[in-house]
Design a protein around this ligand. Structure first.
Ligand SMILES: [Zn+2]
Ligand SMILES: [Zn+2]
Length: 215
């Protein structure tokens, strides 16, 4: 898993690789299978559907293409911030993981409910590791903290493996971006974090859909 991600460079992300996609199991518009079919049609080299706090979408999918990495995105709370932690390469049937997935039946949770049920990042990272996956901090430029390096190093100490360096921050600027991508790349090198990337797609894979919340 780790090796596979390390082979991608910045130019691969967005065009050939998209490791951050939401389906209708959380707040995306497309259903799970439609997204898989679209990714196949586009010949994506690697992609991951990372719904908020749920892996329900992976149930009943018998034909998972080789290019697909099983993923999830958890809402966490740490130091007056709400970091989102992505898990990749997870066993979606892992008991440890299922213990921390959402108990709400329908994925389309309002943001307020998601915030109220935010998780402890250490528990999330441990559960991702127990499920055989790697834990990656999503959209790091979007967190309101004065010292991003301190924030990331704290997560690294509790087991963080990677950081979502390649993210469409230009699209997110109308929401919140507090730090620059260059800073994230510098931190990734310094703390030996795997650099991942994705579009945070909430619609079709070729679209620029972004619904304006921290996602
Ligand atoms: Zn997010
Ligand atoms: Zn997301």
């Amino acid at each position: 898993m780790t090796v596979r991600f390390k082979n991608f460079s910045k130019k691969d992300f967005f065009k050939k690789v998209n490791l951050h996609i939401h389906s209708s199991f959380s707040d995306g518009k497309m259903n799970f299978e439609e997204l898989i079919n679209e990714a196949k049609a586009l010949n994506l080299e690697c992609f991951s559907i990372t719904d908020h706090n749920t892996v329900e979408g992976y149930k009943n999918i018998s034909d998972i293409p080789n290019s697909m990495v099983k993923g999830v995105e958890f809402d966490c709370y740490m130091d007056f911030n709400f970091p989102h932690i992505l898990g990749y390469g997870i066993d979606v049937e892992s008991e440890d993981l299922l213990k921390i997935t959402t108990k709400f039946k329908k994925g389309k949770l309002q943001l307020i409910k998601r915030i109220l049920s935010s998780r402890n990042p250490k528990k999330v990272i441990d559960a991702i590791h127990k499920a055989g996956g790697i834990a990656v901090l999503a959209h790091p430029c979007c967190y309101w903290c004065l010292n991003l390096e301190k924030f990331v190093s704290k997560l690294k100490k509790i087991g963080l493996d990677g950081i979502e360096a390649y993210y469409p921050y230009d699209r997110a600027t109308r929401v919140f971006t507090f730090h620059r991508e260059e800073k994230v790349l510098e931190i990734a090198e310094k703390y030996n974090l795997i650099k991942t990337g994705g579009k945070d797609t909430h619609g079709i894979l070729t679209g620029e859909d972004y619904n304006g919340n921290l996602q």
